[in-house]
Design a protein around this ligand. Structure first.
Ligand code: ADP
Ligand code: ZN
Length: 717
């Protein structure tokens, strides 16, 4: 079987991520391999899939019982025979597993390193009698003093190559730095390993920092929009985890605390409840997280400043392992920074203190950044990365407000002076002191004439629109709309009312569009998943990822064959749960008069396959033509965008090209009435930049329409 077929059959995925395919090829070829991939990148698959293709047993070394259990549950749910041996099991359980190993009924065996190499252990002798074909070392950075979770027992793994000289080893970690990597290679004694280093960028995580003022209110505001989501809130002190969890509970959230000082049983209970979605929010110290594979953590909040970027990145990385959009929020205060500074000083160890302080300083710099946060993070980990990621708060330049009272007064008094009988263009030209003949001579004599010359024309249009939106001005709905004062205007003119305006233009447009899934259906599917998970006694995300549910609620599969195309449905899951999930999808469709949209997924898949091979990569002219031909076949821009996995504005861009060539009529994309206004704006502002045009034209005009008209104005005669 080819790896790609095994990927579909056992895991239900249609393509490899990152460098998975190349890694797997190397493992199958019997080479030692070291893999550096960010959390959620899909490291496990790099040994789990070869384990299914190779003859014999794969041994997986893993540091934590919780981690082993999670992985084994996931594999079993996919019908893959896997087991672990650890101290939590009874003699009988262990004997049963040993028997299965003898009978070659297990493909993957999870072990802690001390289990394997403990002196006097007979396990290693037993394993040598089995057909072992691969050893995987998960969390390989635990072998290094440089890493942040050094585990002395991992040092025992240096004996691995002696005991199993012929068996290939794959070592995996999400810790990127060079020192740790070198350490891993040396200590494991790998022979000429193939190294795979993925980008550590987590594209689906949006990074935000807000100044900490009243943290509980700020948190509540953040959580209010995420009521259905799972998240982790990190605090610095044990006490504050308990307090915050209690506060959140009092506000009606399902939250629990977690820190190293709690009773073992209570910790386990809270963690388990979080994994099973019975508790949505865990409020924890950084003791929580290692070994948490929960894939549907939608946000990670740092309520206090972390000590360094390494820890911060690791912790935020626990969000969005399933690849769906997720959030990282940091509440920053200067007093946190100075508190940590005091802690960072290690008595009698100047060198150590200096390193810790430098790391803290880098963390503070991050919090105060005025440039792209993602770029800073990537550069911190020695990766070059362009600025302008489009999904950090700086890039999204979230609406910044400023005191616009003076501006408002100028605008309102202009409206008053001109006797409330002119439209916004005239008012603005008047404010800017335009030399145009259009402005009447008598108006040029007024004192208000030209008082707003320092403000850009496009900005004036925006401010006026905001003043209208805030009710300080109104627009008549005549054929020639006129600006008038309102009953709120007077207070502003008299200086009794402050007015806030939005400072820089926002880039909200660039925020990735949310997939058009059916929300009600998604909630139903989540309930079904929860019931199945409870029956099988595993966390919900092990039954199916959120991503799989979202796909179902998007593409609305009607048959098992269609469901097979949904990410995460391998052969076994399809047979086990397929029917159960199809029932609500079908009845939802009947109730709402919807039908399957699985063709969109099929189409997207075909595109992905096409773009995957570099030789057949679509040239820009081809990709335009593709959109155009889909449009001609009757699909809407939205449908094409969904099918091609692109955003609508990209498709509109493609189509505009054909307006310019004359193959498409502008009226296909823009209503006739809208054309004169766009044309007007283009003629006064030029067409180099779209955003000022959009500003001037307002919400009724889309980027797509503006671009279409520009193309039409530039069309080849
Ligand atoms: P890591 O160990 O690198 O943090 P995991 O191995 O836990 O990441 O994988 C993260 C998630 O991504 C899991 O839910 C996994 O099933 C999923 N995944 C892995 N590879 C793929 C793939 N090729 N396509 C879709 N999902 C994948
Ligand atoms: Zn950015």
């Amino acid at each position: 079987m080819e790896p790609i077929q095994a990927l579909q059959k056992y895991f239900g995925y249609d393509r490899f991520r990152h460098q998975q395919e190349a890694i797997i090829q190397n493992v199958l070829a019997g080479r030692d391999v070291i893999v550096l991939m960010p959390t959620g990148g899909g490291k496990s698959l790099c040994y789990q899939l070869p384990a299914m293709l190779l003859d014999g047993l794969t041994i997986v070394i893993s540091p934590l019982i919780a981690l082993m259990k999670d992985q084994v549950d996931s594999l079993n749910v996919n019908g893959i025979p896997a087991a672990f041996l650890n101290s939590s099991q009874s003699e009988d359980e262990q004997a049963a597993i040993t028997q299965k190993l003898r009978n070659n009924q297990i493909k993957l065996l999870y072990l802690a390193p001390e289990r394997l190499f403990r002196s006097g252990s007979t396990l290693i002798g037993f394993l040598k009698s089995l057909p072992v074909c691969l050893v995987a070392i998960d969390e390989a950075h635990c072998i290094s003093h440089w890493g942040h979770d050094f585990r002395p027992e991992y040092l025992m793994l240096s004996g691995l190559k002696k005991e199993f000289p012929q068996i290939p080893v794959i070592a995996l970690t999400a810790t990127a730095d060079k020192l740790t990597r070198k350490d891993i290679l040396e200590k494991l004694n790998l022979s000429d390993p193939a190294e795979f280093v993925s980008s550590f960028n987590r594209a689906n995580i949006t990074y935000r920092v807000i100044p900490k003022k009243n943290s509980i209110n700020q948190l509540l505001e953040f959580l209010n929009e995420r009521k259905e989501d799972s998240g982790i809130i990190y605090c610095l002190s044990r006490n504050s985890t308990g307090e915050l969890a209690a506060d959140l509970k009092a506000e009606g959230y399902s939250a629990a605390a977690y820190h190293a000082g709690m009773e073992q049983a209570e910790k386990a209970k809270n963690q388990e409840a979080f994994l099973r979605d019975e508790i949505k929010i865990i409020v924890a110290t950084i003791a929580f997280g290692m070994g948490i594979n929960k894939s549907n953590v939608r946000y990670v909040v740092h309520a206090d400043l972390p000590k360094n970027i390494e820890g911060y990145y690791q912790e935020t990385g626990r969000a969005g392992r399933d690849g769906l959009p997720s959030d990282a929020l940091l509440l920053y205060s200067y007093s946190d920074a100075s508190k940590l500074q005091r802690f960072a000083k290690v008595e009698g160890n100047e060198e150590q203190s200096a390193i810790m302080l430098k790391k803290l300083d880098d963390m503070v710099k991050y919090a105060q950044l005025k440039t792209c946060r993602r770029q800073y993070l990537m550069q911190y980990f020695d990766e070059t990365f362009p600025a302008g990621c489009g999904s950090c708060d700086v890039c999204l330049s979230e609406v910044k407000k400023f005191d616009g009272t003076l501006i408002a007064q100028k605008a309102l008094s202009a409206v008053a002076r001109l006797k409330e009988s002119f439209g916004n263009t005239y008012i603005i030209d008047f404010l800017r002191g335009s030399k145009r003949e259009k402005i009447r001579e008598e108006h040029k004599q007024l004192r208000t004439f030209g008082v707003g010359a320092d403000i850009h024309r496009a900005d004036w249009f925006r401010y006026i629109r905001e003043l209208v939106a805030q009710g300080y001005l109104q627009v008549t709905d005549d054929a020639f709309p006129v600006l008038k004062l309102t009953n709120k205007s007077d207070a502003v003119l008299k200086g009794l009312q402050k007015v806030e305006l939005i400072a820089s233009q926002t880039m909200e447009e660039r925020r990735p569009e949310a997939p058009p899934f059916e929300t009600a259906l998604l909630n139903e599917l989540k309930m079904i998943r929860r019931d199945i998970a409870a029956n099988e006694n595993v966390p919900a995300y092990i039954v199916l990822s959120d991503a799989a549910l979202v796909e179902m609620a998007t593409y609305l599969p009607q048959t098992l064959d269609e469901l097979r195309l949904v990410s995460g449905f391998g052969d076994v899951k399809l047979a086990r749960y397929g029917r159960e999930f199809l029932i609500p999808v079908k009845s939802y469709c009947v109730k709402n008069g919807l039908s399957s949209r699985i063709h969109q997924k099929r189409y997207a898949l075909k595109q992905q396959l096409k773009t995957k091979q570099p030789t057949t990569k679509l040239r820009s002219s081809d990709t335009r033509a593709e959109s155009f031909s889909m449009y001609r076949s009757g699909k809407s821009v939205q449908e094409i965008a969904a099918a091609r996995g692109m955003v609508a504005t990209t498709i509109e861009g493609h189509l505009s090209y054909f307006i310019q060539t004359g193959e498409m009529d502008v009226l296909e994309l823009v209503e006739q009435e809208k054309i004169p206004a766009i044309k007007d704006a283009v003629e006064s502002y030029g067409h180099e930049k779209l955003s000022p045009l959009k500003e001037v034209l307002g919400d009724n005009y889309s980027y797509g329409e503006i671009r279409a008209v520009i193309s039409w104005m530039n069309r080849r005669a």
